[in-house]
Design a protein around this ligand. Structure first.
Ligand code: LLP
Length: 437
């Protein structure tokens, strides 16, 4: 058992991080992040590739800087994300803003400044287009348009952003109106954008390339870039199958070339991965704080000190994340990536929140589903994999007044760098006021 790894990490570094920064903590692996960025940039393409990191996956400043250092721009989903990217030193012209809200008031003037600096604004509704039209026409600001193609695919229905249940983008049936408005107001739409969902079927992602090329041909005569969004299906568990990103690139490359032969237009391809870059680059290190039993008809529970407030994805989607049980002195007692784990009895990993749904072993209906793993002692660690994306950035983190966990980056040289410290109780209560007398 001594040779087992904790994903891409050696167990010693996990224990070192836990001792140095306390648990629970998020531990990210720079090497994996860099490798993922390079894979994205190596995607085959016909006439150029722009990659933007969907920073909603993990908006930590050091992560944004790391990804940008590799040559990837930023997909921001709110003005605050743009501000955070700017704080990380990212130039406005490397940022695309795709948001449900058009900033107003003082925020609006800030948006205009950012657009004047080269930020690409992605109009996601007729109203958004209307609201930016006058400014964009006057200043020749860069514009993109998000399309809802009517067909999408997500790992769950809640992550499908491309069909008629989704409010994202300008629906296909309104494109004639949207593009005619844009024309009348003298706007040039330089990018056509789509994002049909997260973790969906790669075959649908692929067929969407054709759908979007046809839409670009029909409605967007001056667009130079087709942005296909993110959504590459990732495998967190050993039995899951990830999308083959290079194969998707090959397919798109061929179709972009055929499009160019037919139309004379050499479109640049853009992609916006979040999950692909970060999901398997992050681990949540938790300590076992208790062990319980819910009776002869029930389950063996391991209570850990980082559950739904650190990784809400099981409760939200029934997502499965791999477990590594690591002893306090650093030997890996079981790993979901070791076939021998199947011989272990099933256990339920529960968090410390007062919520029956605070479990890391749930199905999509919220039932606990025991998973085979070694029997740790209180004080040992349960490390949860696949948590680099949408965990630190998307969790119910102050529930039960638990503090946000720190984020630590394992650098390529083997050192540990704290990239966000643990929240304090004072920070949780900083904006509260006592009851007036
Ligand atoms: N571009 C746009 C416009 C997006 O809305 C998203 C994700 C992405 C790119 C990146 O998608 P990705 O490569 O990460 O699939 N919280 C969910 C995922 C929701 C993503 C929302 N938008 C999860 O934990 O699976």
């Amino acid at each position: 058992m001594g040779t087992l790894m904790v994903g891409s990490l050696g167990p010693a570094v996990v224990v070192q991080a836990a001792r140095q920064y306390g648990t629970p903590l998020y531990l990210y692996d720079e090497r994996t992040i860099v490798e993922r960025c390079r894979n994205v940039l190596a995607m085959p393409n016909a006439f150029g590739l722009h990659a933007g990191y969907a920073m909603k996956a993990n908006a930590n400043r050091a992560i944004v800087q790391l990804v940008a250092r590799e040559g990837i721009g930023i997909d921001a989903s709110s003005l605050n994300e743009v501000r955070r990217a700017r704080m990380a030193g990212i130039a406005s012209r490397r940022i695309v803003l795709t948001t449900q809200e058009v900033p107003e008031g003082a925020d609006r003037s800030e948006l205009e400044t950012l657009m004047s600096e080269g930020l690409l604004y992605n109009a996601c509704s007729l109203r958004q287009l209307h609201l930016v039209a006058e400014f964009a026409a006057r200043t020749r600001a860069r514009l993109s348009m998000r399309v809802n193609p009517g067909v999408g695919s997500g790992e769950t229905v809640t992550r499908n952003t491309g069909d008629n249940y989704s409010s994202f983008g300008i629906h296909m049936t309104q494109l004639a109106e949207a593009t005619s408005q844009a024309r009348k107001r003298g706007l040039t739409i330089e990018q056509v954008h789509v994002h049909i969902g997260s973790g969906g079927d790669p075959a649908v992602w692929q067929s969407n390339v054709d759908r979007m090329l046809a839409i670009t041909e029909q409605y967007f005569p001056s667009a130079r870039t087709l942005n296909l969004g993110g959504g590459f299906k990732e495998a967190r568990m050993p039995e899951e199958i990830a999308a083959d990103v290079q194969a998707l690139g090959h397919y798109a490359e061929r179709r972009f070339r055929q499009f160019a032969e037919r139309t004379g237009r050499r479109l640049v391809m853009a992609v916006e991965p979040g999950t692909y870059v970060m999901a398997n680059s992050g681990y949540l290190v938790t300590s076992v704080i208790d062990k319980k039993w819910s009776g002869p008809e029930g389950f063996e529970f391991l209570v850990v000190n980082g559950g739904m407030e650190c990784n809400t994805r099981p409760a939200l989607y029934g997502s499965r994340h791999p477990f590594y049980v690591v002893s306090a002195n650093g030997s890996v007692l079981s790993s979901d990536f070791d076939p021998a784990v199947k011989q272990q009895p099933g256990r339920v990993v529960a968090g410390r929140c007062c919520e029956s749904g605070d479990s890391q072993t749930l199905d999509a209906e919220g039932h606990v589903v025991p998973r085979p793993m070694a029997d740790p002692s209180v004080g040992d660690y349960v490390v949860i994999g696949g948590v680099g994306a949408y965990c630190a950035s998307m969790s119910v983190f102050n529930y039960n007044s638990h503090r946000q966990a720190p984020e630590v980056l394992l650098r390529e040289d083997g050192s540990l760098q704290l990239i966000r410290r643990r929240q304090t109780l004072e920070q949780i209560t900083a904006n509260e006021f006592a009851l007036d007398e």
